[in-house]
Design a protein around this ligand. Structure first.
Ligand code: PEP
Ligand code: MN
Length: 252
């Protein structure tokens, strides 16, 4: 497979069995990073993620030789996940700041928790509204908390409102401009742009082929669930593993 970062796995970690199935499916495909968010920002009250109950699952994934990836909404989430991986394993973890987490004091405090820990990466998603300076400002807030540039990664998840049937509207050119300006890798979250399986496939292809001055995305984050129909969150947009196989064959 092409040397590009692929993060694949369920929108939300739901059970130990679901996480283990996802990890085995990822490993069988040579995908090294498993998405398995323990916390879920929600538009309306509902399933908020399994929270700290899922921390042993992160350790299991790491012991299986893969890297878990989860959103952290509070500094305490970063502390719990980073400690679990650093103290119990020799592996790595990818955390992300979600699009709705726009309190800069929280951004700085999460950065403080991960500062200088080379086994922890922090992915910075764009905020929901279209504003390049704001997205770049999150990078600055995070750096002011102490995280090193080498620990950071950008992630483009589109901007509200959606258009052309998409859940969110992509601005590939903006994401790639920021990559060049700040010298940070940027990956594409085609799931939260697409909003449906058909659109996720189309956006993944369109986005990964997009070039701005010869520069493209460094990877892809896609939601993949062992049984998408039963998913507790974002069931309409999660691929099954066979569909991901077809997509990756077309892409790489
Ligand atoms: C997510 O990736 O789980 C998510 C909630 O996405 P976003 O913050 O981009 O809406
Ligand atoms: Mn989701």
């Amino acid at each position: 497979m092409h040397e590009r970062l692929i993060i694949a796995g369920p929108c939300a970690a739901e059970s130990e069995d679901q996480v283990m199935k996802s990890t085995e499916a990822a490993a069988a495909r040579g995908i090294n990073v498993v998405r398995m968010s323990l916390w879920k920002p929600r538009t309306k009250p509902g399933f908020d993620g399994v929270g700290e109950k899922g921390i042993p699952w992160l350790i299991n994934v790491s012991e299986m030789g893969l890297t878990p990836a989860t959103e952290v909404m509070f500094p305490s989430h970063a502390e719990a996940t980073v400690n679990a991986i650093i103290k119990n394993t020799s592996g790595r973890i990818i955390l992300w700041l979600g699009s709705r987490n726009q309190n800069h004091l929280i951004q700085q405090d999460i950065s403080r928790v991960i500062a200088g820990e080379p086994r922890v990466m922090l992915m910075i998603k764009n905020q929901p509204w279209r504003d390049e300076a704001h997205w770049e400002g999150i990078v600055d807030h995070v750096l002011s908390g102490g995280a090193k540039e080498e620990q950071l990664l950008l992630c483009h998840r589109g901007f509200a409102p959606g258009s052309n049937e998409l859940r969110n509207s992509p601005d590939y050119a903006m994401a790639l401009r920021l990559k060049l300006k700040r010298n940070l890798p940027v990956i594409l979250d085609s799931s939260h742009i697409g909003g449906s399986v058909k659109n996720v496939l189309a956006v993944s292809k369109q986005g990964m082929q997009y070039r701005e001055n010869g520069v493209g995305f460094d990877g892809l984050m896609v939601e993949v669930h062992p049984n998408p129909k039963e998913a507790l969150t974002d069931s309409k947009q999660q691929l099954d593993w066979q569909t991901l196989d077809q997509l990756l064959t077309e892409l790489y």
